[in-house]
Ligand binder design. Sequence first.
Ligand code: 26Q
Length: 822
Amino acid sequence: SIVVEDDRTGLSITTLKRAIADNLFYNQGKFPTIASKNDYYLALAYTVRDRLVHHWLNTVQTYLKQEVKVVCYLSAEFLMGPHLNNNLINLGIESRIRQAVEELGLDFQELVDQEEEPGLGNGGLGRLAACYLDSMATLEIPAIGYGIRYEFGIFDQEIRDGWQVEITDKWLQYGNPWEIARPEYSVQVNLGGHTETYVDRDGNYRVRWLPDRVIKGIPYDTPIVGYQVNTANTLRLWKAEAIESFNFQTFNIGNYYGAVNEKIYSENITKVLYPNDEQLQGKQLRLEQQYFFVSCSLQDMIRLHLSTGNSLDTFDGKFAIQLNDTHPAIAIAELMRLLIDERFMDWEQAWSITEKSFGYTNHTLLPEALEKWSLELFNRLLPRHLEIIYEINRRFLDRVRIKYPQDNDKLARLSLIDETGARYVRMAHLACVGSHAINGVAELHTHLLQQTVLKDFYQLFPEKFSNKTNGVTPRRWMVLSNPRLTKLICSKIGDSWIKNLDELRKLEQFVDDSAFCQQWQQIKQEVKQDLAIRIRQRTGIIVNPNSLFDIQAKRIHEYKRQHLNALHIITLYNCLKQNPNLDVIPRTFIFGGKAAPGYWMAKLMIKLINSVGEIVNQDPDICDRMKVVFFPDYNVTNAQPIYPAADLSEQISTAGKEASGTGNMKFSLNGALTIGTLDGANVEIREEVGAENFFLFGLTAAEVQQLKTKGYNPRDYYNSNPQLKAAIDLINSGFFSHGDTELFKPLTESLLNYDPYLLFADYQSYIDCQKKVSQAFRDRANWTKMSILNVARMGKFSSDRAIKEYCRDIWNVAPVPIELED
Ligand code: 26Q
């Protein structure tokens, strides 16, 4: 019989080739002869999208029909990374597509490289949201990711003369084949103005908000395909536009330019991602962004809920709303407003629904990163929400007063309003009071939360608190980024570990199999060679793939201590200069990461690394025993080939400062050994892989605390440690800065006089530990064994495990398998 495959869904090589050609002609409007690589990429992307649409529509329809409970993951950031390759892997059609592309005479990798990644996040927090969407789809958990469709994502980084230069990220300029606009589900969002009370027909006092601005939110949907399942969940991102009626009013008066201006002003809200992580900027536009996407998302949930004929009384049974840090915490006041002012529910019922719906994840202990908004700004932008927050606070403090009579300090510490100086709304307090569940992102982090920043809330509501250690998706961070290692592992233990990462344990039985170890080492060598080529292309620096690849890739921040790494490099350099024939293990030091554009110290750290590299890399005495590379524009795309190539993963933050870290997991999953402090998830990684397979150094969080209490004087360490003194003095001498003795003064002076992150206190311990690393690397057979054991014992750090815990302990949701009707 003759089988005729549909061009939109067929999977035979012939059909796929025809579909790509068809999309090129009809979507791109190009003949093959004049089509650019990007045209071919888009034709390919549409071909892949066609093949997931039925998964997507069936998923949405199943959720609606079965009236299931849905997880709504609210996040100001989703750092998704490129979609094409990920969708191919999760759909299981990678090899067919590759063959079809190659039979058309095209280079598959070249087309994949055309995709501009959606960089809609800063770092860990945004990438965690992306890993969680992947896991929820794979575990068949009904979920919607709600966020902001920034027109400009995180800036692209260039390095010029050793300094970071920021370039606008125009990710949408050639079109985005993965999103579908849904203008029919647009909503309106109010801002500014004032409130007034009125009495309704039944004699009830009501409040209405008379805003002075109204903005339209348009949803753009992207499918999130699960691995080897039919589920395709939705990422729904909101774009701000002007509402037509506003323009028309102005237009009718004859003020055409005023009308257009209004449009520009409204569209500003979703223009650009704020590129700061872990440091607060109390900017009005940022609060507008947060409220905008939160209001759009809650209105969308209410529309969905009512569309299936439900009443709002059952809202909390159908939605589990997770707050990714406090950025969306205004949702608590907004849901109250929607229920009370717009749906006329009474306060008690609205509050009960709100509390049951929300969960709050905290991602930081740094006091400077805790969000607070001045009452003045809050009142100007969200006058009704401020009233609601006052009322939440009044009722909350009444309860506190009963539990702790006559403890005014306690009340002041717990209050949603900070009145210690200029007055602020404390967003973390709002999140704690309005949520039924509060969690940290690693065991140590959760413990410290309970003992420090949220101590009073923990005493009040111990039952709300739990830990949910972060995880990463093995689909992107192993299968996609490290195909060679994936293949080797599959050849030994099959492929079910991809969905059940604990099965990596089965690799332990091969640690003494010399052929296997050989293959393992061979693969590490090959991916290091690949990275060496990329490094040469991007920086011109030639590195030795046989050297130890020592990598620190993450946002640049003082607490992450990239400059401690730099001090080790300088110390090693001094040793080699003093003792040119020293037999050392050749090392390549690789850095990657962006600095917030307004964070001068972080930018100076980048300059220092590049300046040290410039001297070290061309010093003939060093030969190729040391190379220092700053790999520019660290993002998801560039991270993918970096993790697999690491021998050593640098996780060296001051203990107690890194909430979890997730890069630490990606490195270890790809067979790097970790040099690290007892901070964040490092503690649990070490527990899992075994102390003997982890290079530990530095003070513990408790010791850091003690030292600070006792009085820390960094200059004492400088004066008493000749190696440390030599390193600092060399920087100050202008040796790395063409004789400029001033350039790095802000950095060295800060260390000598304050050193808030205790680099000097941990310096010697770090140097000694690095010596042990070098010694260990000499025994390559044993190093390989440790590398295998690291991978074999990483099962815990799958985001699948983390999501299962959220489902069980916080969301109370279960898998909903999707059947494909044909
Ligand atoms: C807040 C207000 C105004 C502007 C920007 C911000 C802002 C934006 C992003 C504040 C913080 C962030 C990002 C924080 C972040 O990435 N935290 C990291 O979260 C990871 C996932 O849990 C952890 O692994 C990291 O330890 C933590 O640093």
